[in-house]
Design a protein around this ligand. Sequence first.
Ligand SMILES: Cc1cc2nc3c(=O)[nH]c(=O)nc-3n(C[C@H](O)[C@H](O)[C@H](O)COP(=O)(O)OP(=O)(O)OC[C@H]3O[C@@H](n4cnc5c(N)ncnc54)[C@H](O)[C@@H]3O)c2cc1C
Length: 457
Amino acid sequence: MSEKREVVIVGGGFAGLSAGVALADRGFRVTVLERKPALGGRAYSFQDTDTGDFIDNGQHVLMGCYTQTIDFLGRIGSRDKLWVHPNLEIQMLERGGRSGFLRTAAIPGPFHMSAALLRYRLLTPRERWRVVAGAMRMMRMRGRDPRMLEVTTVANLMERLGQGERERQCFWYPIALATLNDDPGIASAGLLAEVIKRAFFGRRRDSAFVYSRVGLSDLYCSAAVEFIEKRGGSVRCHQMVQTLELDTGAAVARLRMRDRSAVEADAYIVAVPAPHLLRMLPEALSRETYFARLAGLGVSPIICIHVWLDREVTDAAFAGFIGTATQWLFNKRRIFVQHGAHHGGYLSFVISGARALVDLPNDELLAIAMKDLRAMMPTAANAKIVKALVIKEKQATMAPDLESHRLRPPTATPIHNLFLAGDWIQTGLPATIESAVLSGYAAASAVAARAGVSRAA
Ligand SMILES: Cc1cc2nc3c(=O)[nH]c(=O)nc-3n(C[C@H](O)[C@H](O)[C@H](O)COP(=O)(O)OP(=O)(O)OC[C@H]3O[C@@H](n4cnc5c(N)ncnc54)[C@H](O)[C@@H]3O)c2cc1C
């Protein structure tokens, strides 16, 4: 390319920044526009003024099978900010002090996962075999009739696979809630099957948890900016895009900003959640079938309750809770390498698919989390709360319901110079960081293919 082609990307979350990095790498001049004062979108962190600790809006867990995300973090030089566990090892707790480990064996995948399930002490030997047989049948169904799984809820699939209450509560539903972020009676089994295939039927390391050792924003935002700027691009915050304006040939001519200024480029990637995109479309476009159907996509909430206690109550980095409203506990003192002024234990509780709880007042949610903690960990019986913070993300992710497969759009739009990215784009994955990065890379490849550029510059 003699003169660099200009691409404007709207949205500075994982999708927008990964698209920007991929295009800057291929020699495009990239401008990322983000409406907020800081980058990160739905995966961000900030420093707490009282404790000095870094707080993520919600604990984010990656898995070894997040190959695109790990590639992105590697490209921008952030891979060493991750804890990458070699194996899956999760302690699942139940009331009354019962616990079991989901721990993969040191044998090649996919046998590592069968071995983990067959040693999972919260289930009886018969229940363990039922889970293994159920997972294998699910994979056969995925191969033979993926469409059938897409229009079946997780709960209905469990029925068909003959999974009893214990198998559901101790294994399937914790995984489904954590990865799909919705009630098993709503979420699509097609997405669960994709997760199970990638996480448990691949290499041993694909099943392991991966998480950031630093606040989420520090993991990828400034490194992505540096990468893009070194290659002649720019990333600008406080830039609210109001409307996409079309020219007479039905291409995007410019972006109209909230301050009425205009931004022009050869191609545009819009990497914002669907409701934000719909607000940006001119009237004529919002009626087009491709765009009109996006209004049917639902959302699902996540609640994260951050609690500082006057003491440490566990050595574990994380644990799953079975049979309580709170589903996961993360011990930030064990996870983060950055610590503020030390206030005993800093714990984060996660409630995914939190439709039924999201409108409760914060003090009730805190009381629920503490009740659940004390039920699971007797060591917390006398611990006192020093500080607490409840973060409700009401639109945390797209609802992974049965309609979502039909409604999620591909990256290319009917407008030849407009492409979409975001975790909710049709990637075949639930709305996760991996889906966001996959969509960002796909949008970058589509822009590059249109411009006749295929390799890195
Ligand atoms: C509490 C919580 C916990 C989660 N846990 C996990 C997890 O454990 N594992 C996992 O993989 N995923 C998890 N997720 C999902 C993950 O955060 C998202 O999938 C991912 O961050 C989505 O990235 P994105 O770039 O697609 O969208 P976003 O992060 O939403 O980025 C879109 C950006 O566009 C900007 N924007 C919107 N409109 C405009 C406009 N008009 N002009 C300019 N900019 C605009 C927004 O401000 C935003 O910064 C979680 C999400 C939440 C909320």
